[in-house]
Write a protein that binds this ligand. Structure first.
Ligand SMILES: *[C@@H]1O[C@H](CO)[C@@H](O)[C@H](O)[C@H]1NC(C)=O
Ligand SMILES: *[C@@H]1O[C@H](CO)[C@@H](O)[C@H](O)[C@H]1NC(C)=O
Ligand SMILES: *[C@@H]1O[C@H](CO)[C@@H](O)[C@H](O)[C@H]1NC(C)=O
Ligand SMILES: *[C@@H]1O[C@H](CO)[C@@H](O)[C@H](O)[C@H]1NC(C)=O
Ligand SMILES: *[C@@H]1O[C@H](CO)[C@@H](O)[C@H](O)[C@H]1NC(C)=O
Ligand SMILES: *[C@@H]1O[C@H](CO)[C@@H](O)[C@H](O)[C@H]1NC(C)=O
Ligand SMILES: *[C@@H]1O[C@H](CO)[C@@H](O)[C@H](O)[C@H]1NC(C)=O
Ligand SMILES: *[C@@H]1O[C@H](CO)[C@@H](O)[C@H](O)[C@H]1NC(C)=O
Length: 468
């Protein structure tokens, strides 16, 4: 009896101990093997790039693997969607196409390398709102990561890297050796519900992130880095897009950190798709030869309702720059910026009405752009060479420019006037140094920044995961 009792307690305690152990094991494995991330939509199916035979040695081309993996996973579009996980390694590839209800996830240590073999970048037709390639009048090459006519597409990761190895393209561009326009790093057209987040993007051949003719776009947590001497490496270019939120990005670039666009001259006028309801927050920019935020120069479909706040620019040519020309048509209106912290700038504010690059000579000289309702407030800038160079168009002034609570400390080296304004009108309040005569002081004015919220501001992400 004593024996059997002892046996029972032993069995019981063994069961209890086993239970605790298996619980611990389960906890352990779920912690170690589950990767958690934030996204607008989670996916039911998971596959790894290596399931499709990819080789991550930095030398083997994986263009076919990426394309066939994504084509394979597109069958889940109507069954909860799929996520393709790119594990640590160097995955050399040419351009590949995305699909709907799909997530491309780059793990920490995963590097997608753009090949320098031009045959791996198929040509595409020119963009209808541009009428020609930006670099060359012929066609253009497909972006490294390309998507068209999609819904619900996510490119994210645990700060994985996409490296466009763009230097050879910058050299070809400068040597005038391109017959087709350089590829972008990521281009998504005619699509909606797009998220691009938590990645490091390096050395794009040309623009980095180019959503066009698309809506409902979330771009967050990107580190974008290119040599400050690289050619046309714009960071993010929302182009004829609606409802866009760009936040928590750090961009070092040879061109504008963010360039807002909507098509070029008669081609952009014909397509007529504006960029509107764009929110830019918590941007840090370094761009010694360009702007933190540029509006234009291609703005022929119109740019409206752009709100920017908490913008930091260091060693940057200008903070906000509006670029346009006769022949563009279109408009730039209802632009709002506040809380700008600027250091070591050539210009703070800059507008140019003579940005005379045209797709061809058939632009309409009567297509006059309308620039109005430009609001800047709460600006602190130090070590600035020119506070403002604000030039409109003769006979077509830029109107309703407002600046309030602006404190610009000029560097003393230059013997230049802080402001120079022609063909512009507006008001200022509490602006140092004293602005030009065409922006008279109107005491007590606070420039507008809208209180209402647009739907894209409220978009929340879900906690998604996959078993590792
Ligand atoms: C691709 O999809 C098919 C089903 O159509 C499946 O049988 C096959 O295993 C998949 N290929 C790979 C490499 O996973
Ligand atoms: C990618 O999409 C483009 C545009 O639709 C198409 O021309 C190209 O053939 C596609 N590439 C692949 C590999 O499917
Ligand atoms: C993509 O959408 C555009 C605009 O709706 C349309 O003109 C085009 O034909 C579509 N392309 C494809 C491949 O479905
Ligand atoms: C992502 O990686 C880049 C490049 O190494 C680094 O500068 C950045 O701080 C990282 N971002 C996060 C959130 O860890
Ligand atoms: C993504 O970046 C955000 C900050 O932009 C950070 O809060 C979040 O933890 C990151 N997520 C992952 C999976 O790295
Ligand atoms: C002021 O900015 C210029 C670049 O515009 C830079 O070369 C210089 O070092 C800066 N001076 C200080 C004191 O930061
Ligand atoms: C402007 O900023 C400088 C230093 O950045 C400060 O000394 C000065 O008081 C400020 N002026 C106004 C009017 O806020
Ligand atoms: C203002 O800029 C215009 C155009 O660049 C130039 O012709 C003019 O001399 C400048 N005025 C002053 C006072 O610097």
């Amino acid at each position: 009896m004593g024996l059997s009792l002892k046996f029972k307690t032993n069995v019981l305690s063994a069961i209890v101990i086993l239970g605790i152990l298996s619980l611990r094991v389960a906890e352990c494995s779920s912690n170690a093997e589950k990767l958690v991330y934030q996204a607008i939509n989670c996916r039911k199916h998971t596959a790894f790039l290596t399931d499709f035979g990819a080789v991550g040695d930095g030398k083997t081309l994986n263009t076919k693997v990426f394309n066939s993996a994504i084509r394979n996973l597109s069958r889940y579009a109507s069954d909860g969607g799929a996520q393709l996980i790119v594990p640590p390694g160097k995955w050399l590839t040419g351009s590949f196409n995305l699909t709907s209800h799909f997530t491309l996830f780059l793990e920490k240590g995963a590097v997608i390398l753009g090949t320098q073999d031009e045959s791996q970048w198929p040509p595409l037709a020119v963009l209808p709102s541009y009428g020609r390639g930006r670099d060359a009048p012929g066609g253009r090459l497909s972006a490294l990561i390309f998507g068209t006519n999609l819904t619900d597409v996510i490119i994210t990761g645990n700060n994985g890297t996409i490296n466009g190895q763009g230097a050879i393209w910058w050299d070809k561009f400068r040597a005038g050796k391109l017959t087709l326009t350089r590829p972008y790093m990521i281009e998504i057209m005619y699509s909606n519900q797009i998220q691009i987040s938590n990645l490091t993007l390096l050395d794009s051949p040309s623009w980095f992130v180019h959503p066009i003719y698309s809506s409902d776009i979330l771009i967050t947590g990107l580190t974008i880095l290119a040599s400050i001497y690289s050619a046309n490496t714009d960071g993010v270019d929302p182009d004829s897009c609606s409802n866009v939120r760009i936040e928590d990005c750090y961009i070092v670039s040879g061109d504008d950190c963010i360039a807002v666009k909507s098509g070029w001259d008669q081609y952009g006028i014909k397509v007529g798709m504006p960029t509107q309801h764009l929110f830019i927050r918590r941007l840090t920019c370094i761009s010694p030869f360009s702007a933190a935020i540029a509006l234009g120069s291609e703005m022929s479909g119109g740019i409206e309702d752009v709100r920017a706040e908490d913008i930091t620019a260091i060693d940057t040519e200008s903070a906000i720059r509006i670029k346009t020309a006769v022949g563009r048509g279109g408009y730039v209106k209802n632009i709002f910026a506040r809380k700008l912290t600027l250091k070591n700038m050539k210009y703070v504010f800059r507008t140019a009405g003579n940005y005379n690059q045209h797709p061809d000579s058939n632009f309409d000289p009567k297509a006059i752009p309308q620039i109005t309702g430009i609001n800047y407030r709460e600006v602190v800038a130090t070590n600035v060479t020119y506070a403002g160079r604000l030039f409109g168009i003769k006979g077509d002034p830029f109107t309703a420019i407002c600046m309030s609570e602006v404190n610009i400390s000029m560097n003393q080296k230059e013997n230049e006037l802080p402001w120079n304004c022609t063909d512009i009108t507006g008001v200022t309040s509490d602006v140092t140094p004293k602005p030009c005569a065409s922006l008279p002081e109107k005491k007590g004015v606070t420039c507008l920044f809208p209180y209402d919220k647009q739907p894209i501001e409220d978009v929340q992400t879900k906690t998604c995961s996959y078993a590792h």
